[in-house]
Write a protein that binds this ligand. Sequence first.
Ligand code: GLC
Length: 431
Amino acid sequence: MTVTPNRTAEAKAILHNNDRGGYTVPTADLYPYQWNWDSLFSALGWAVFDIKRAWTEIETLFKAQWPSGMVPHIVFWSDSASYFPGPDVWQTSGIAPATSSGISQPPVAATIVRRLAEIDRLPPRALYEAIDRWHRWWHRARDPEGRGVIAISHPWESGRDNLPDWDAPLSQMEVTATGHYRRRDLDHVDAAMRPHQADYDRYLALIDYGASNGWDDAAVSRHSPFWVADPGVTAVLLRAERDLIWLGEALGFDTAAIERRVDRLESGFEQFWHDKAGTYCSFDLRTGQHAQAGTSASFLAPYAGIDQHTDQLIEELGTWSLACTYLVPSFDPRHGDFEALRYWRGPVWCMVNYMIAVGLQELGAHDWAERLKSDTAALIAANGMPESFDPNTGGPVGGKLFTWTAALWLAWAGGSASDANFSGLTASTDH
Ligand code: GLC
């Protein structure tokens, strides 16, 4: 007799086991610290059975906010020998209030805080103000020319670390000796699923660059060897700005400045459209060169409330669905650089599916939204909660017992597919 695993109980156990007291690590060993957007997605999962714990997660992250407003992508609350590069490489002490990395990650906070507010209570005013400071930092530090597109200064800032999009910009970098170092990721995960050594050398060189400039935003925007406009971060920020307006109005703040930021991003977004690829692509702000193919982030435009090319995007999603079994692969499954197992070059990430589905649902593409939800549910039902999944076989990829996969099962994919409001925890449509 086969026993059907109780995925909901497993998901809760994963959150508990990854809880380090006030924050949840993405997974033990491979990622033993607090990661920015992982933590926020974990709050969606916690909210299903412990709303207080959900709020704590977010408050802990914001304790690490820099005076500039930046919220770092990793906070090193305690020591661990299982991860590289650690605090000694980032060299942020004296700048950061808590030991942290020197770059950020896609700002999903306002959107998730709005969701918590809808099911519980409004956030403290101080948290609203902290998120507003973070958003202003993105505009000031990562779009200093006011073009309406947000740059990343390191592939890791996109949250989609090893995407083929970054290959061309990284290849322009001159990498002299970055020193001797030992990667720790390969102690935990098969090398076939992780970035190549040449990429790692460049990731490290970019950290050296930031550290040697004291993480000065102006120096980074003017001279960073890597400076690429990313539709993923831009879409996440644009949606977050709209959700911040919702929160601001509910709390009685003047939101006029946020409205202006929304206008700028809305008109800027079209710069990502790449006719030749027929989709939204990142582009190198130093050379003007677009990436050659779409990624899962191309489908985040609806989530950002951008509807100029919806029909084309849905057609594109249909084509992708014929080229793989499970949606949405992180990179175009028809392209030569697609790799089903390697980090961000193919595998499916649940939280990206969730965001894409929310946007499609809001634009009325209910069938596609349901398809993403049922693909995600099928992947987890068959394979548990790894970091990501092979879009062809559905097999587990990367780290195991992963927080955001568990959280999205609880908050979204594990719910009944016939749920009238799509899921217990998707954002409402009224903005
Ligand atoms: C990888 C992912 C990033 C994530 C981190 C922890 O670096 O690319 O998005 O935040 O792992 O899960």
